[in-house]
Design a protein around this ligand. Structure first.
Ligand SMILES: *[C@@H]1O[C@H](CO)[C@@H](O)[C@H](O)[C@H]1NC(C)=O
Ligand SMILES: *[C@@H]1O[C@H](CO)[C@@H](O)[C@H](O)[C@H]1NC(C)=O
Ligand SMILES: *[C@@H]1O[C@H](CO)[C@@H](O)[C@H](O)[C@H]1NC(C)=O
Length: 280
């Protein structure tokens, strides 16, 4: 009875150990359980990565990190050399000092809806006989969240529509009785009668709302993905902002809109002065 048990133990433990040590350096172990990271579109996401916790206190002559969105490589950094995939151009960063001290976290600036997905990091280290070996470090699942809100205004009030990112390209609108989307604003066309863009911020302002403006506004990116969806109601007899209960339903931008419109007023005065001065 004793021998078979012992044998069985060895038999069970050995492969387990083997599998474990194999799995440890392959993405499979953690990709089953990637670290979840959630980020709102337009914000900055940090995909965590610590190579010291995987490789220990080794001294790497040059730190060489790779980030993949399998099967594609999205980012690589080796000393001063750096690569970024086209879809992420100008948006990715692994700070050099952090990388050298063991932090290989990937910073994604201005997160886009399409950035949603699984990411894996690797360190490329010297193997035997001057070969390079890739060591899997971290798997992360990034979820990018779009904005949705209900907003209520009285006729004559303004609506500030947040674009959230410079990669928002269009605003489409559907009123209550229509069943199709109409394009109301396109970035390449600039301002129009209905929408004026803040000169610096990613915001559009609609002034002098009327009941005909009621409906759903969607800010979409170049892939047609919704970045911000606003259901607008325009109702008579709203009490003054600040005393209204509806205020609570509003997004933070509701408060900023007042400051924004005064900033806009100030700017339009400036522009007028400028135009007068230079006879534009
Ligand atoms: C690693 O660096 C990122 C930014 O590059 C930072 O947000 C994060 O807190 C750092 N992690 C640790 C453990 O220091
Ligand atoms: C919705 O849009 C259509 C077409 O622009 C218009 O004819 C209709 O009056 C609108 N409905 C409302 C309730 O504003
Ligand atoms: C608006 O501006 C005032 C002062 O100029 C400031 O105290 C307030 O926090 C601002 N509100 C928002 C929502 O930005």
């Amino acid at each position: 009875m004793k021998t078979p048990t012992l044998l069985r133990r060895i038999f069970i433990h050995l492969p387990c150990f083997l599998i474990r040590s194999l799995v440890d350096s392959s993405p499979l172990s953690s990709s089953l359980n990637p670290l979840p990271v959630t980020c709102e579109v337009g914000k900055q996401a940090v995909l965590p990565c610590s190579w010291k916790s995987r490789l220990g206190e080794v001294n790497l002559p040059t730190c060489y990190v790779q980030w993949e969105n399998p099967p594609e490589t999205v980012f690589e950094k080796q000393g001063e050399r750096q690569f970024e995939a086209e879809a992420f151009e100008g948006r990715l960063e692994v700070p050099k000092d952090k990388l050298e001290s063991g932090n290989c976290s990937l910073i994604i600036h201005d997160v886009q809806m399409l950035d949603t997905g699984r990411y894996e990091s690797f360190m490329v280290v010297d193997g035997v006989k001057s070969t390079k070996t890739r060591v899997f470090i971290q798997s992360v699942r990034l979820s990018v969240i779009d904005y949705k809100s209900h907003q209520t205004r009285a006729p004559g009030q303004d609506l500030v529509l947040d674009l959230h990112t410079s990669q928002s390209m269009r605003v489409v609108f559907m009123n209550r009785t229509r069943s199709e989307w109409a394009v109301l604003w396109m970035r390449e066309d600039g301002d129009n009668q209905r929408f004026q863009k803040h000169p610096l911020r990613e915001e559009l302002v609609m002034t002098g709302l009327t009941p005909a403006d009621e409906g759903t506004y969607k800010v979409v990116d170049k892939h047609g993905l919704a970045v911000n969806t606003v259901q607008l109601s325009v109702k008579e007899g709203l009490s003054l902002p600040g005393t209204s209960q509806r205020q609570e339903n509003r997004e933070l931008t509701g408060g900023a809109s007042k400051n924004f419109s005064s900033a806009l007023l100030f700017l339009s005065v400036l522009v007028t002065v400028f135009q007068r001065k230079y006879n534009l």
